[in-house]
Design a binder for this molecule. Structure first.
Ligand SMILES: Nc1ncnc2c1ncn2[C@@H]1O[C@H](COP(=O)(O)OP(=O)(O)O)[C@@H](O)[C@H]1O
Ligand SMILES: [Mg+2]
Length: 448
């Protein structure tokens, strides 16, 4: 058998990464620190050390995967492991395998449903959403005795996964079902990577020349800056208020971003006499059939008069298999299922850029000094994900797709409202239904 020769000695941080036995190990911070190099080496060492080990290495897009891993690994493993181009798998003689995958769209992770990987490597983990990471964790298992499943992450600050990586590995704020001992973070510094500093001394200067926020994130590995944040004007102090009883005459409506594998988010809104929209309730569900969502929405709305419900326009498409999983029949649309189940829905205006602009408008202050939109602190997913929206790098006007289900529901809701939320004085004086200001969906018939 050919001897494996790999150039380069690990630097002390890379060595720490190699030696970690934690269930989740993240190596992150500055660019150029040698993270991808360490990830490749670690996975190859594991494949060689343990027979029949099933390993998955992921990046967000195929071009990145090819450049960063397929090309270097094919070079390094030539004569050591066979590469199956169609399946993108390296097969080792001891029957270990490294599968290389990518998750371009948010649902791509579900192709790994039912698969078992003893080791999963997530490259540039902040490019993945928390849903994707959580789903992948369910595939990280093995029936191999004597080997505990592990996940390895490399990451830079910023992007759609910034918040979950920061929460778990930097802030170490754990939920009840998470054991702090399972999470280890190793900071990456470009100064550790002597190989790069020698080969390309100008690289540090390129990072130094970046704008302030990007420089702090990419050169210094600072996790507090959040470059690319779409709604930097969102402020918990201003926009989030404690729940309180709202007068029954406030006009109420709902908005929904439908999802089955991705979360389904329903928001309840009320309009106060100033035209301010107050989002007062949120329902955030996963893998719940349409009838059940409709039932819960109606139950939660009991005793309230809801003028209309706008929902993602894709509910009016016939989505075959997707529809069957969600509880419908061939030829039926999800919208029909909702309506049949007592929740009358009308299609939301899905103009993305105009919609995000509308949200931005509502985040601004009204003449009374309070923002035109506020939400109750019980809308936890909306509060968590709205500030995490990132600019789409391909379209600087748009927000990137990430965990955007609650923000999308908000966008649909606000797009159903008039643009200028300050009502004329004479309308404000009316006691009942004071704000029927040309709402686009006012024609929608009453439902639960
Ligand atoms: N220990 C090492 N020995 C030799 N070269 C290394 C070593 N660590 C990293 N490199 C090289 O340094 C460069 C940057 O490393 P990379 O892993 O791509 O950084 P990062 O993923 O942190 O941005 C690459 O060319 C890589 O091959
Ligand atoms: Mg890298």
């Amino acid at each position: 058998m050919k001897t494996l020769y790999l150039s380069g000695e690990p630097n002390p941080r890379q060595l720490e990464f190699f030696l970690s036995r934690a269930r989740h190990t993240a190596y992150g911070g500055a660019r150029g620190g040698g993270k991808s190099w360490a990830m490749r080496r670690k996975l190859v060492m594991l494949a060689l050390r343990y027979p029949e080990l099933n390993i998955l290495l992921l990046r967000r897009t195929l071009p990145e995967l090819r450049e960063n891993h397929i090309i270097p690994l094919r070079r390094e493993l030539y004569g050591i492991a066979d590469f199956n181009t169609t399946e993108r798998v390296f097969d080792f003689p001891n029957r270990s395998r490294i599968k290389l995958g990518y998750c371009d769209s948010s649902g791509d992770v579900y192709q790994y449903q039912g698969q078992e990987y003893a080791v999963i490597g997530m490259e540039e983990a902040t490019h993945f959403t928390e849903e994707q990471q959580q789903f992948l964790t369910t595939c990280n298992r093995t029936s191999k005795i004597g080997f505990t499943p592990r996940m390895y992450y490399t990451c830079n600050p910023g992007n759609v996964g910034h918040a979950w990586v920061k929460r778990l590995f930097i802030d170490r704020e754990f939920r009840e079902d998470e054991d702090p001992r399972d999470y280890l973070f190793i900071p990456a510094r470009i100064w550790d990577n002597k190989a790069l500093l020698r080969a390309d001394p100008g690289y540090v200067n390129q990072l130094r020349a970046l704008p302030e926020a990007l420089r702090r994130a990419h050169l210094e590995g600072d996790w507090d800056v959040h470059a690319g944040q779409y709604f930097s004007e969102f402020s918990r102090d201003k926009h989030v208020v404690e729940p309180r009883g709202l007068p029954p005459w406030y006009r109420r409506f709902r908005s929904m971003d439908w999802g089955y594998n991705d979360p389904c988010c329903v928001l309840w809104h009320a309009v106060d006499p100033e035209g301010r929209v107050i989002t007062y309730r949120e329902l955030y569900l996963r893998q719940t059939r349409a009838e059940e969502v409709a039932r819960l929405v109606c139950e939660l709305s009991r005793g309230e008069e809801i003028a209309y419900t706008v929902a993602s326009p894709d509910l009016w498409q016939n989505r075959g298999q997707m529809l069957r999983t969600a509880g419908g029949f061939e030829g039926e649309t999800l919208a029909e299922i909702f309506i049949k189940s007592g929740l009358a829905v009308s299609p939301a205006d899905n103009s993305r850029v105009a919609g995000w602009q509308r949200v931005r408008g509502y985040l601004a202050d009204a003449p009374d000094g309070l923002p035109k939109w506020q939400c109750f602190s019980n809308c936890t997913n909306l509060i968590r994900t709205l500030p995490l929206l990132q600019y789409d790098l391909r379209d600087r006007e748009d927000a990137a797709q990430g965990e955007d289900h609650a923000p999308e529901a908000l966008r649909y809701g606000l797009m159903s409202r008039p643009q200028a939320p300050v009502p004329p004085k004479e309308i404000r004086k009316r006691a009942y239904d004071p704000l029927d200001l040309g709402v686009k969906h006012a024609g929608g018939y009453m439902s639960c």
